[in-house]
Write a protein that binds this ligand. Structure first.
Ligand code: NAD
Ligand code: TYD
Length: 335
C-alpha cells in the first residue's frame, strides 16, 4: 500500500509514520508537510533513510503541487492542520487557510486523481463543550458547536470531507479524537509545557480556575485506532476515539505530573483564562470498540510516566524548539 500522509512532521503524524513503518515495513509512505513552526523532521530520523519513506516539503493549499503528488497513491491520511487553540485566538487566518482551504485543495485532488481512500483526522473540539459534573459524553450523533477559531475551522473541514463523499463519491472515513499526549508533543501544549517547564525550573501556567476537563488519549493508542479504521472501517463513517481518563481536571493532570517529577505544588501558577474556554470534553468510544475491536491500551498514569521519561531523555529535542521561534509565541501568550 502507498500512503500519502499530510502533516507527518507534526506530533501525531510523525508518531503515526513511525508506528506504521514498524508495523507494515513493506508499505510506502510519502510525508507531505509544509514544515511550519510545528513540523520537525527530527521526529523522523529513524526512518529518513528508509527507501520506503519519502519526504516532500509542500503546502496543502498549493493546488498544482498537491494534484501532482497525489497521483498513484492508495490512501491520503490527512493530519496537516494548524492545531493550537491559543494560536487561533491570537490569529485565525492560518487556521482558515490550512484547515479549510487546504483540506478543500486536498479533496479536489483526491477526486481528480481518483484516490481510492481518504482518512481525515479531526478533533472532539468540533462538538463544543459539555457541562461539568455530568455523565454526558460526545457521540458521533452529537451536533457540531465549535467555539474557537481552531475548532470552527476543523468543523468546516469535517463538513467538506463528508460533502465530498456525498457529492463526488469520495471513499472517506473520519475520526474525531480527544487530546493526545506522548513523545514528540510540541512543548507549548499543556502536558509537555508542564513537564519541560518543571525541568527548566519554571512555573506551570494553569488557565482560569484549572477545573477544565479534557479526555486524554495516548498518541500510540490513537495510531492504533487510525490503523483499525484504515484497515477495517466502514466507508462514510465517523469514529470517535478517546482515552482512559475519567473526568480529570487540568489541575489534577498537573498534580500527577508534579508527583511523578517529585516537585512541589508551588510550581503551579494560575494565569488569565483563555477566552471561550470549553469547560469539559468526554468521549464515548463504544462504537469503534464494538465495530472494530479497538480500545485504548495505555492507562493515563502509565503513559504519563512514560511521557515524562521521554521528555527527560530527549532534552535536546525540546530545548531546540523552546529556544527558537516558539519563544516569541510564549512571550506574547504569557506576557
Ligand atoms: P501539529 O501542529 O503537531 O502538526 C501539524 C503538522 O502539519 C505540522 O508538521 C505542520 O508543519 C503541518 N502543516 C501545517 N500546515 C500545513 C500546510 N498548509 N501544508 C502542509 N503541512 C502543514 O498537530 P498534531 O497535534 O500532530 O495534530 C494532527 C492532526 O490531529 C490535526 O489535524 C489536529 O487537528 C488533529 N488533532 C490533534 C489533537 C491533539 O491533541 N494534538 C487532538 C485532536 C485532533
Ligand atoms: P491544550 O494542550 O492547548 O489543548 P486544547 O486546548 O486543544 O484542549 O490545552 C489543554 C487544556 O489545558 C485546556 O483546557 C487549556 C489548558 N491549558 C492551561 O491551563 N495552561 C496552559 O499553559 C495551556 C497551554 C493549556
Amino acid at each position: 500500500m502507498k500512503l500519502f500522509v499530510t502533516g507527518g512532521a507534526g506530533f501525531i503524524g510523525s508518531n503515526f509514520i513511525l508506528y506504521w513503518m514498524k508495523k507494515y515495513p513493506e508499505d510506502k509512505i510519502i510525508n507531505f508537510d509544509k514544515l511550519t513552526y510545528a513540523g520537525n523532521l527530527e521526529n523522523l530520523k529513524e526512518v529518513e533513510k528508509n527507501p520506503n519513506y519519502e519526504f516532500i516539503q509542500g503546502d496543502i493549499c498549493n493546488k498544482r503541487l498537491v494534484e501532482d503528488v497525489t497521483r498513484n497513491i492508495d490512501i491520503i491520511v490527512h493530519f496537516a492542520a494548524e492545531s493550537h487553540v491559543d494560536r487561533s485566538i491570537l490569529d485565525a487566518s492560518p487556521f482558515i487557510q490550512t484547515n479549510i482551504v487546504g483540506t478543500h485543495v486536498l479533496l479536489e485532488a483526491a477526486v481528480k486523481n481518483k484516490v481510492p481512500r481518504f482518512h481525515h483526522v479531526s478533533t472532539d473540539e468540533v462538538f463544543g463543550a459539555l457541562p461539568l459534573n455530568s455523565t454526558e459524553k460526545f457521540m458521533d450523533t452529537t451536533p457540531y458547536n465549535p467555539h474557537s477559531p481552531y475548532s470552527a475551522s476543523k468543523a468546516a473541514s469535517d463538513h467538506l470531507v463528508r460533502a465530498y463523499g456525498d457529492t463526488y463519491g469520495l471513499q472517506y472515513t473520519l475520526s474525531n479524537c480527544s487530546n493526545n499526549f506522548g513523545p514528540y508533543h510540541f512543548p507549548e501544549k499543556l502536558i509537555p509545557l508542564a513537564i519541560t517547564n518543571i525541568i527548566e525550573g519554571k512555573k506551570v501556567p494553569v488557565y482560569g480556575d484549572g477545573l477544565y476537563v479534557r479526555d486524554w488519549l495516548y498518541v500510540l493508542d490513537h495510531c492504533e485506532a487510525i490503523d483499525a479504521i484504515i484497515k477495517k472501517g466502514t466507508i462514510g463513517k465517523t469514529y470517535l476515539v478517546g482515552g482512559l481518563t475519567d473526568d480529570i481536571s487540568n489541575i489534577d493532570v498537573i498534580k500527577k505530573i508534579i508527583t511523578i517529577m517529585e516537585v512541589d505544588e508551588s510550581v503551579i501558577t494560575f494565569v488569565k483564562d483563555r477566552p471561550g474556554h470549553d469547560r469539559r470534553y468526554a468521549i464515548d468510544w463504544s462504537t469503534i470498540n464494538k465495530e472494530l475491536g479497538w480500545s485504548p491500551k495505555h492507562t493515563f498514569e502509565t503513559a504519563l510516566a512514560e511521557t515524562v521519561e521521554w521528555f527527560k531523555k530527549n532534552e535536546e529535542w525540546w530545548k531546540r524548539i523552546k529556544s527558537g521561534v516558539y519563544k516569541d509565541y510564549y512571550n506574547t501568550q504569557y506576557k
